[in-house]
Each structure stands twice: as structure tokens, then as C-alpha cells.
Design a protein around this ligand. Sequence first.
Ligand SMILES: N[C@@H](CCC(=O)N[C@@H](CS)C(=O)NCC(=O)O)C(=O)O
Length: 227
Amino acid sequence: MGGEVKVKVIGTPQSFPCARVEWALRIKGVEYEYLKEDLANKSPLLLQSNPVHKKVPVFLHNDNPIAESLVILEYIDETWKENPLLPLDPYERAQARFWARFIDEKCVYGVWEAAVAQGEEKGKAVDAALELVSYIEKEIEGKKYFGGEKIGYLDIAAGWMCHWLNVMEELGEMELLNAHRFPSLHQWSHNFIQTSPVKDCIPSRESVVQYFSFGINYMRSLASNKS
Ligand SMILES: N[C@@H](CCC(=O)N[C@@H](CS)C(=O)NCC(=O)O)C(=O)O
């Protein structure tokens, strides 16, 4: 691309939606500037770039802001054509989008709720999370990556399961993704995290523990105040 193209990511390294954007840019070989955001003290640039949700990541291309990680992935894929992330076939594209949405709207929340749950509610919440994850296991069965032989859009969308999920399991005192229960997803998570550029762009486990501890403790305190 000719001229001065300015690509910036407003993000927080411990956040997996932000990691998605970095993985995609690195797969495409697009250089970018990372603007680290302190979520406890949000910058005027973040508030102005994502006034609706006020969340990271925000992608800035020539100062035009785009919010929502899955939307950003599609924009990146449409703007930089090399190493396509979404399948080329329209039906397969629709399927990839369906599962990415399922992952964000159902799995992330189901796993989070199971991690937060305590006491009598724990077993039910863990079972519900297991059922959600079992759909993803079926999707990856018999494949190296969700995208086939190469990492694609759905691998990036599911990427939190290779690192962040494990921290949620530890803090939530539960085990979801083991080799016995979900052999294909377990194998995929090992393949995915060892692949360049994913492995070059993973926050330290300790920093993710710290990041999630705050949220889990906060949600648990809200739940115990209610009861
Ligand atoms: N659906 C959004 C989720 C973004 C999101 O939840 N971002 C979190 C960090 S992981 C955030 O900015 N939280 C700050 C807040 O809620 O105030 C996406 O995929 O981009």
C-alpha cells in the first residue's frame, strides 16, 4: 500500500479481544502502533473512539476508529488481502461467523459464570459451560485448525481458550478443557499457542491471573451481597 498508512490499536495486553487484533495484524504482516490503555483511567482517545461501549480494543486506520474485535478482524481481512482469515466460500464464511458469535455470546459468558459461581450453583454452572464447549469440540474434530491447515478467523476468535480459559479454570476452581474430555480442542489449543505469531503475542500468565482475579472477586462480592 502506498503513502502513509497509520494503523494503531488501543488495547490492554491482558485482554483477549485485543490479542485477536494483534494476531490478525501479525498474520497479515501489517505494522501497527500499540496504544496501551489503562482501563481504570480511560484515555480521552478511547472515550472518543468508542463512545458507545468505551471498551478496548479499538482499531484506528488513518484515524478512523473501529470497535468490536470480530468487526475489526473482518475489516483487517477486507483491507489487507494477503493470508485471508475468513474462508473464501460464502457458506463457510457464514459458518465461521456463526461460531465466532456463539463463542463470544455464549461460551465466554458461560465459562465466566461458571468461574464466578460458588456453592450450590457451581455444579450447574460448570455443566452448562461444558455443554457450550462441547459444541466447539465438535467443530474442531478431525481438523488441525478451525480454518483447515492454516490459522483463520475462527481460530483467532477461539484463541482465548488456549491461555485465558486456563486461568479462568484455576481461579474458578474447575476443570473444563482437559485432554480426556475434549481431545481435539485440547490438541488444537496446544497447536495454536505454539504457532507464530500467536506465541509472540501472549500476555504472561501472572498478568492474566491478576487481571481476571479482580473481575471474579468483584462478581462474587456482588453475588454474596444479593443473597
Ligand atoms: N465484544 C467486545 C468486548 C470488549 C471488552 O469486553 N473489552 C474489555 C477488556 S477485555 C474492556 O474494555 N473492559 C472495560 C470496561 O468494560 O469498562 C470485543 O470483542 O471487542
